[in-house]
Design a protein around this ligand. Structure first.
Ligand SMILES: Nc1ncnc2c1ncn2[C@@H]1O[C@H](COP(=O)(O)OP(=O)(O)OP(=O)(O)O)[C@@H](O)[C@H]1O
Ligand SMILES: [Mg+2]
Length: 229
């Protein structure tokens, strides 16, 4: 069997030493190519969990991405393997022009100019925003920025995607495009969302957090819907 794309073993998170744990004893693993929805009420720890997997918050326990355990020394290698979508697109858009922002991960990998440009354009087109390539990011609507940020997360074709509320603020056609696009990828995905229709459409497994603990981890959609109400 191949290595899990992501594995948490007894992971706890405190934002400050000695403060209350925001995540407590969280364990799960995601197989290569598996799509999992991360559900839970406001403040249950979804964003914290996603951030812990890319070393943005300190953790206890073990987090493993593929064959690599997350630690200070392995952080650059781990971040290179993960496509991360922040909850707020402004938090991750770095460049003033759309195409430059989307291309950044490829430029950092030292790819050729032609390759970078072709791939960035391809991803923008696949998200229905090819026409915005030359636009200044600050002229875009929220939903357009959301798609630009997603394009940046997808551009280097990572094996693992961590997406924080990717459908939030998108119009219904935008959600459709996104669901189709993600369903076509073979990357593993952990998708934090309150959008249960989007989650059940795209994901085959559901992890539900309650107060920073895993309250449910399973594939039974009916059970998830029952708990959701
Ligand atoms: N930087 C921080 N410092 C201290 N506490 C924080 C910090 N960020 C988040 N928290 C706390 O961690 C808890 C979990 O927050 P988190 O953002 O992970 O929840 P969430 O499940 O993503 O919620 P939402 O559905 O509203 O996005 C909350 O109680 C929050 O106040
Ligand atoms: Mg959140």
């Amino acid at each position: 069997m191949s290595e899990p794309a992501l594995a948490f073993r007894h992971v706890s998170v405190r934002y400050e030493p000695g403060a209350a744990a925001i995540l407590s004893g969280v364990s799960f693993s995601i197989a290569a190519g598996e799509r999992i929805a991360l559900l839970g009420l406001n403040g249950s720890g979804k964003t914290t969990l996603l951030k812990s997997a890319v070393g943005l918050v300190p953790h206890e326990g073990e987090i493993r991405v593929g064959d690599t355990v997350l630690a200070r020394q392995t952080l650059p290698k781990i971040r290179e393997r993960i496509g991360f979508l922040f909850n707020v697109p402004e938090d991750q858009i770095l460049f003033p022009r759309v195409i430059d922002d989307v291309a950044f991960a490829l430029v950092r990998q030292g790819r050729s100019r032609d390759e970078v440009s072709a791939r960035a354009t391809e991803v923008l087109n696949s998200l229905g925003i090819g026409h915005l390539a030359e636009s200044p990011v600050h002229h875009l609507s929220h939903g357009q920025k959301q798609r630009v940020a997603l394009a940046g997360a997808l551009v280097a074709a990572p094996r693992l995607l961590l997406l924080d509320e990717p459908s939030a603020g998108l119009d219904p056609p935008g959600k459709n495009v996104l669901a189709h696009l993600l369903a076509r990828l073979d990357a593993a995905m952990l998708i934090a969302t309150h959008d249960i229709a989007f989650a059940t459409r795209l994901c085959t497994r559901f992890i539900m957090l309650e107060g920073g603990r895993v309250a449910f981890d399973g594939t039974d959609t009916a059970e998830v819907l029952r708990r959701w109400e």
